[in-house]
Design a protein around this ligand. Structure first.
Ligand SMILES: NC(=O)c1ccc[n+]([C@@H]2O[C@H](COP(=O)([O-])OP(=O)(O)OC[C@H]3O[C@@H](n4cnc5c(N)ncnc54)[C@H](OP(=O)(O)O)[C@@H]3O)[C@@H](O)[C@H]2O)c1
Length: 155
């Protein structure tokens, strides 16, 4: 199963340069709870951005990084053919964790979406093109500043 997990504001903003436009600890906790001990797939830009912000890759996840360039990092699986990977049968839930390029390329393969809807508009420069026409809302947790929503692809 392929799942995308991302946070977005009402204008579909997801990034500011190579970082997030906001800092909601609730959302970081949610992200951690969903992805801990799971396989997470990200583009090289997102991998490098996490590395420069945290000084290390995301701990306690099975890390997969998509790159068309030769790249290697200890304990990271590097894939150069994203579509081949997405089309393979995956028994476990694979979490796509960004960024813009990898989300948009993976969107047609997504079975489930974990979207954190940030209620307030923010400033930034990276927007995600997506629509939810082929998805149905399966759960919603409404908080003061954000909404944790889960969608599944219509059969
Ligand atoms: N709001 C959120 O939840 C959230 C989460 C994560 C990230 N973000 C934001 O997303 C932004 C970064 O997005 P981005 O688009 O610049 O980078 P990205 O999606 O993290 O990485 C893009 C990289 O993926 C590789 N790639 C592209 N097509 C591929 C393919 N077909 N097969 C294998 N690898 C492929 C390329 O690597 P090479 O160049 O090495 O070939 C490309 O540079 C940042 O602003 C970040 O803050 C937001």
């Amino acid at each position: 199963m392929i799942s995308l997990i991302f946070a977005t504001d009402p204008n579909h903003l997801i990034g500011k340069d190579n970082d997030l436009p906001w800092n909601y600890s609730e959302d970081l906790k949610y992200f951690k709870a969903k992805t801990l001990n799971k396989t997470v797939l990200m583009g090289l830009e997102t991998f490098n951005s996490i590395l420069s912000i945290n000084g290390k890759p995301l701990p306690r996840r099975n890390l997969v990084v998509a790159s068309l360039e030769p790249f290697s990092y200890p304990n990271v699986t590097v894939i150069d053919d994203l579509f081949k990977y997405l089309k393979q049968p995956h028994e476990e839930e694979i979490f796509i964790i960004g960024g813009k390029t990898i989300y948009e390329l993976s969107f047609p393969y997504a079975d489930r979406l974990y979207i954190t809807h940030i209620k307030k508009e923010h400033k930034g420069n990276v927007y995600l093109n997506f629509n939810l026409d082929e998805f149905t809302l399966v759960s919603e947790d409404i908080r003061e500043n954000l909404i944790f929503a889960v969608y599944e692809r219509l059969k």
